[in-house]
Design a protein. Structure first.
Length: 113
């Protein structure tokens, strides 16, 4: 992990960003997180509520090789439901699991489809 500016050099807005090698080590945790999130959505009745959005997921800041700034990327994608409200309602346990594993992630509502 590397502390670096987000979006562009000179922003003076620093974040802790993951590098490729960091994400590769965390693959198993991300798979478990996906299962937790999907399981919670199933428990909540498999609702498809809200606006149809693509790109929903849990994200972290990532700095690509030879880049000078970090950008958010999804580490877990929510591709089992279209509705952003249903995805958002079921995300909490997955985010808690990531936090327990010292991963600072946030929910990404995606874009309207």
């Amino acid at each position: 992990m590397k502390q670096i500016e987000k979006y562009y050099k000179g922003s003076n807005d620093f974040v802790n960003a993951y590098e490729k090698k960091d994400l590769e080590k965390l693959t198993e945790i991300f798979q478990t997180t996906r299962s937790i999130w999907y399981g919670e959505w199933l428990k909540q009745g498999e609702n498809d509520e809200g606006t149809c959005c693509g790109g929903k997921g849990l994200q972290v800041y990532y700095v690509a090789p030879r880049c000078r700034s970090a950008k958010p990327i999804n580490i877990v994608n929510c591709n089992w439901v279209q509705g952003n409200v249903s995805a958002s309602k079921s995300k909490t346990k997955a985010l808690d699991y990531l936090k327990e594993n010292n991963i600072d992630a946030s929910y990404n509502d995606g874009w309207m489809d």
